[in-house]
Design a protein around this ligand. Structure first.
Ligand SMILES: [Zn+2]
Length: 280
């Protein structure tokens, strides 16, 4: 990498949403970094160094301690990069299995075990295997998925990651989207059929926007489920969670149908009516 490119990444990193996350110290177990592959990788590795740095300030890696040095040389035992191996196009299910085993082993080095994964190299089988780990994330483990676009990524994976758009300065848009989706789910009971129909008109033109909104709604539903099942510990799933589980399945189906170009207007009308019945 030449000096100019390296400096540009350094500057980007200081204003990156990842720097803000490190500064707050509130670390999620899974992120999807969206943006140019080179930038996502270098910022992802920078984030991994920050998580494990022995003398970081405000979460920023010092780049000189033993942990940072090891990471910079690519031999930190708690930082893993997973991409398609042996000239293949996709990450194999075996690679995900090995990753799973590593993730659940207690690691000797570093505070966080970090896995960087090329999300666009995941096919359905490997993605489903990854999903199991994302659903029951091991402690002190962070999954950093990266991709140029979120379009080809399974909604079930997307909904379990905090989405970080690189090169856009702030991650606020995702938070705003989540807040809007949460309001929308809360208001379902008061929504009239007329209003549902008028939404269809608005949504007709913006497929990308609709998809992002539905993913945010799915994230809200997952959060509700997680929160309530965690509080219940070992006992059976409480009855009031069932409509939420069903809602998650309906949202997932809708997003998948949207991707298959099923009539968007019809999909959304049916979705809202079903959710209104379940959650309203
Ligand atoms: Zn350091």
């Amino acid at each position: 990498m030449d000096v100019i490119a390296e400096r540009r990444i350094d500057e980007d990193v200081e204003t990156s949403p990842l720097a803000k996350i490190l500064a707050t110290g509130q670390i999620s177990h899974a992120y999807l970094l969206l943006g140019d592959e080179g930038i996502a990788l270098s910022q992802g590795l920078w984030f991994a160094r920050g998580l494990n740095c022995l003398q970081s300030e405000g979460g920023t890696p010092c780049e000189v301690c033993d942990s940072c040095k090891k990471a910079l040389h690519g031999n930190h035992s708690a930082i893993h990069q997973i991409t398609a191996a042996n000239g293949r196009q996709f990450i194999s299910i075996e690679q995900i299995r090995v990753m799973q085993q590593q993730a659940y082993l207690s690691h000797l080095e570093g505070r966080y075990q970090v896995f960087l994964l090329a999300a666009e190299q995941l096919r359905e089988e490997a993605a489903n295997s990854l999903l199991k780990v994302l659903e029951e994330p091991p402690a002190q483990t962070v999954f950093l998925l990266y991709a140029q676009k979120d379009l080809d990524i399974l909604p079930t994976i997307l909904s379990r990651c905090q989405i970080v758009r690189l090169g856009e300065g702030v991650a606020v848009s995702q938070e705003e989207m989540l807040a809007k989706a949460a309001d929308w789910l809360n208001d379902l009971s008061q929504i009239s059929a007329d209003k549902i129909l008028s939404w269809g008109d608005k949504w007709d033109k913006d497929k990308q926007g609709v998809r992002a909104f539905l993913i945010a709604a799915l994230q809200c539903v997952h959060e509700t489920i997680l929160k309530n099942t965690r509080e219940q510990e070992e006992t059976a799933v409480p009855a009031f969670i069932e409509p939420w589980l069903e809602s998650a399945a309906i949202l997932e189906e809708t997003i998948e149908s949207l991707d298959r170009n099923v009539n968007q207007r019809l999909l959304l009308d049916v979705l809202v009516l079903k959710l209104k019945r379940l959650l309203g």
